[in-house]
Ligand binder design. Structure first.
Ligand code: HEC
Length: 179
């Protein structure tokens, strides 16, 4: 009898910790992915992403955002939430330079990294930013653990969007270059 109880308890504990881990993931969960889809659609409408997006002057930047970058920013509405969005097009590879990227904005494009300012309380500690990384075609990219990069990426970790922007990004985590 005693043994069974202990087993049941262990099973319950395992289940409990699994549930906690699953719901506590700060990014890559169902809500994050669905919000990231709406965000992409809004960005397409704003002509901030996609092959015919607004072309702005590129500049030389640092890893992990690619050797050549372009940044666009404005206020948009996503799923009824209005906030500021910053889109960084990350370019790289052989032949990528300010001139070649400007002439051919899709040829060296590796990814779009996006920050969208969510409602107050979304992530108070990190200025309520929603983070996402998309490939050229608008699919969410993943980390080595196959978690999709959308949401509070990667809150609590010693690397990733929030960690690096906290170290380098100044008061609003924005890391504004070339402005
Ligand atoms: C290792 C550090 C680091 C990581 C990780 C990082 N960033 Fe950045 N980010 C920067 C730096 C530095 C800049 C400024 C541009 C530059 O010099 O490359 C920047 C700029 C940006 C900008 C443009 C903001 C502006 O106003 O200029 C966006 C958007 C952005 N990052 C999004 C992201 C997202 C989304 C992730 C995660 C998927 C991420 N970043 C991960 C360091 C990082």
């Amino acid at each position: 009898m005693k043994k069974i109880n202990r087993l049941a308890l262990a099973a319950m504990a395992a289940l409990f910790s699994f549930t906690v881990a699953a719901s506590a993931a700060p990014f890559g969960n169902k809500d994050d992915i669905s919000f990231a889809k709406s965000l992409w659609t809004a960005l397409e409408k704003a002509e901030f992403v996609g092959p015919n997006r607004i072309n702005v002057r590129p500049f030389e930047g640092n890893e992990p955002h690619g050797a050549i970058q372009q940044v666009l920013g404005k206020t948009i509405t996503v799923d009824g939430k209005t906030g500021k969005v910053l889109v960084k097009a990350n370019h790289g590879g052989k032949g990528a330079s300010v001139a070649t990227v400007y002439d051919n904005p899709n040829k060296f494009l590796g990814a779009y990294t996006v920050m969208f300012k969510r409602e107050a309380g979304y992530d108070t500690k990190n200025k309520d930013w929603f983070w996402a990384k998309y490939n050229k075609a608008g699919a969410l990219m993943t980390n080595p653990k196959k978690m999709q990069l959308a949401g509070r990426v990667a809150k609590g970790a010693q690397k990733g969007c929030i960690f690096c922007h906290t170290a380098a990004g100044g008061e609003d985590l924005e890391t504004l270059t070339e402005k």
